[in-house]
Ligand binder design. Structure first.
Ligand code: NDP
Length: 337
């Protein structure tokens, strides 16, 4: 039994010393329990927040505790009446290759799911986030301009594709030419810009010649600075994530832009709303699952996953996620099914 614990809290970007791989004997299911074998572990930006003890919407991981995370597992041993050996479940068992569960919180995925790892991505938390944030807060209408960054990640890629289904003109923002090509050629975005380009803000102004009606905020920082002056009257800004800031240890250097932000919100009557997916929308999961299931089976939504083999690779892969080294939804393949 292998598990990765939080060894120490990072200051700034996490490094390998913040994690520790531990080994112990394989757990054994007790009465009313199942032994789960992890096949896939999801790595997600929110995990950076759990590594810090700053107050947030969720409790931090304690030092020396196992890193949290969504997993797709197979039941290896069952002493629980509702679970059979071999069946697949979506769980939240964290960075380890075995876990015990009393069944609470497990979502059954069946005996032979077609693409079990999708439950961590387009058919799971990130896809649901894209769906609710865009449709409920963003309120897209045909002909509007939608801008989304982290455009090839599981949230951004899904936001942009749902935007296209709703008739929007979709502008992606991503790190590097290869990601931008993918956003246009595979995901069907109208444009995609590299935020690392020197003249990124000018390029954005050029492609958004009708302004921006919806900015789906995934990253913050200089991308938001470039977006703010382009927002149209009555623009909507679902505030989903601020990944460019997750490793920051202090506020960015001046000038102070708060009054610029507030006056833009006022004068242009902009609606900005943060959301935490399961806290705010947990009750609407079925609606999402039905629509997304249909779109995927009709080939209307494309999905790219980056599988990295081996639990011991999780720390490096996670560190890279916060720097844009992933390409597609980052998933650790912990074991063969
Ligand atoms: P991704 O797989 O897209 O990974 C994060 C991406 O952010 C990187 O690949 C990188 O893409 C981009 N990025 C990193 N640093 C910067 C930077 N300085 N400037 C611009 N872009 C940067 O992540 P997800 O799709 O899983 O998540 C996207 C966002 O959604 C995150 O902010 C996450 O926290 C948030 N989220 C919020 C939820 C909620 O309930 N509110 C739920 C789920 C996710 P690139 O190389 O293209 O720049």
């Amino acid at each position: 039994h292998q598990r990765i614990v939080l060894a120490s809290r990072p200051s700034g970007a996490p490094n390998a010393d913040n994690f520790r791989l531990e080994s112990s004997s394989k757990p054994v299911a007790g009465d009313g329990q199942v032994l789960l074998r992890t096949i896939y572990l999801s790595l997600d930006p929110y995990m950076r927040g759990r590594m810090s003890d700053a107050k947030s919407y969720a409790e931090p991981v304690a030092v020396n505790d196992i890193m949290v995370g969504g997993t797709v597992c197979q039941v290896e041993e069952s002493r629980h009446p509702d679970f059979e050996v071999g069946e697949w479940v979506l769980a939240y068992t964290g960075w380890q290759n075995y876990a015990l569960s009393d069944g609470e919180g497990l979502l059954k995925l069946g005996k032979a799911p077609a693409a079990p790892s999708y439950a961590l991505g387009v058919m799971g938390m990130p896809g649901f986030t894209a769906y609710m944030g865009l449709l409920d807060i963003g309120q897209p209408k045909a002909g509007e301009t939608l801008v989304v960054a982290a455009a090839t990640g599981p949230v951004g890629a899904t936001v942009g594709q749902i935007g296209k289904l709703k008739g929007c003109r979709v502008i992606g923002i991503a790190g590097g030419a290869e990601k931008c090509r993918h956003a246009k050629e595979v995901l069907g975005f109208d444009e995609c810009l590299d935020h690392k380009a020197e003249d990124f803000a000018e390029q954005l102004a050029r492609v958004c010649d009708q302004g921006i009606d919806i900015y789906f905020e995934n990253v913050g920082g200089k991308v938001f600075d470039a977006v703010l002056p382009l927002l149209n009257t009555s623009a909507r800004v679902p505030v989903c994530g601020l990944v460019s800031q997750y490793n920051a240890t202090e506020l960015p250097a001046g000038p102070d832009r708060l009054s610029l932000l507030m006056s833009t919100i006022l004068v242009k009557r902009i609606k900005m709303q943060g959301f935490i997916i399961f806290d705010d929308y947990g009750h609407r999961y079925e609606e999402f699952a039905k629509d997304m299931g249909d779109w995927l089976s009709q080939g209307k939504i494309q999905y790219k996953e980056q599988l990295v083999e081996g639990l011991e690779q999780a720390p490096q892969a996670f560190i890279g996620l916060l720097e844009g080294k992933n390409f597609g939804k980052l998933v650790i393949k912990v074991a063969e099914p």
